[in-house]
Ligand binder design. Structure first.
Ligand SMILES: [Mn+2]
Length: 339
């Protein structure tokens, strides 16, 4: 965090504030971990703090310290509204444009609070009075560590803060294997372990949590995998019926797409998941190297994200979506062979 932003934040936090922390819709481990870690810290600094998520999040994140105090806007509507009305300072974490918070958007847009943004996605909007945006950092949770450190308050990091930030970094780096994992990331991880984050327990809490149904659904997904060797591409499909037969719950297909990237030579992996309720096909894209799934999804699937991980959607049927996808690939043949 640069000096100017640090000064601005110090000034904002000079006196006790009523603070709300908001992360993006469909919050992931980084959204939850960075928000809870920051909230514990701000409370320790004498502020009032409330974490609000636009909607619910997967069970494998529900063990995280402080998670019971999160307000989920979809469920705790009135309480969440009241907190936002009362807030005079709002931190937005792990997103950078107010259209990423679902139905919370108008409330945030109409709020007179000062905004602080901490985020690592591309193209930040300009709604915040203090913007800490850096696309080179592994995760927002890592940025929260740098934020606390820049304020000169690293000694205030307690075990719950360390556990939350560690979890955010762990999940957003794919267990420290994505290219955005830098030497600095590991230094932060080391510091968090020294503050009490238990790496083995955190890993188990997050990853060793499959239900038998979920494990069988993964088996089915792998069985549905198609390899397009010509394009160094592999994709997986899951129909609504297949999900229903495995008692699908939100988050169950998390990480499935990554298995396609484990095939030697594959640089582009996609999972298409039918969603009859919303009448769309949800799509996750992953890539290796220089092939930008952010650009690919922005161009064809109303989505975006990072260079190697992005989401998107299609309003066509599952089979038409797949047919169309295959028809687009020849345009990218060159890029896909040189990724
Ligand atoms: Mn993130």
């Amino acid at each position: 965090m640069n000096k100017e932003t640090t000064q601005a934040v110090k000034k904002l936090l000079e006196n006790p504030r009523k603070i709300v922390i908001v992360a993006h819709k469909n919050p992931d481990g980084d959204a939850i971990g960075s928000s809870l870690g920051l909230c514990f810290f701000l409370k320790k600094m004498g502020h009032d703090c409330q974490v609000i998520m636009p909607n619910d999040f997967p069970d494998f994140l529900k063990w995280m310290p402080g998670v019971d105090e999160i307000l989920v806007f979809e469920k705790d509507l009135e309480k969440a509204k009241q907190s936002i009305t009362d807030a005079n300072l709002i931190f937005t974490l792990d997103f950078n444009s107010l259209d990423r918070v679902g139905d919370l958007q108008p409330l945030l847009e109409n709020s007179e609070a000062d905004f602080v943004m901490i985020d690592h996605h591309q193209q930040p909007a300009t709604y915040a009075v203090a913007t800490y945006s850096d696309v080179s950092v592994s995760s927002t949770a890592e940025m929260v560590y740098h934020f606390i450190n820049a304020l000169g308050e690293a000694e205030k990091i307690t075990e719950p803060i360390a556990t939350n930030l560690y979890s955010g970094i762990l999940t957003d780096t794919g267990s420290f294997r994505f290219p955005a994992t830098l030497p600095t990331t590991h230094r932060v991880i080391a510091a968090l372990m020294e503050k009490g984050a238990d790496n083995a327990v955190i890993y188990q809490n997050i990853y060793d949590t499959f239900t038998p149904d979920r494990m069988k659904l993964l088996g089915l997904a792998l069985n549905n995998l198609t390899i397009l060797e010509e394009y160094n591409t592999a994709y997986i499909t899951l129909t609504q019926k297949e999900l229903d037969e495995h008692n699908f719950k939100k988050g169950d297909t998390e990480g499935f797409v990554n298995y396609a990237l484990m095939i030697k030579g594959i640089v582009f992996a996609v999972i298409f998941i039918e969603n009859k309720q919303e009448n769309i096909v949800k799509i996750s894209f992953r890539s290796k190297g220089r092939f930008s799934v952010n650009d690919f999804s922005r161009s064809h699937y109303n989505g975006g994200g990072h260079i190697n991980a992005a989401g998107g959607k299609s309003s066509q049927s599952l089979s038409n979506t797949v047919t169309e996808f295959i028809s687009i690939l020849p345009r990218y043949k060159q890029e896909l062979s040189n990724a």
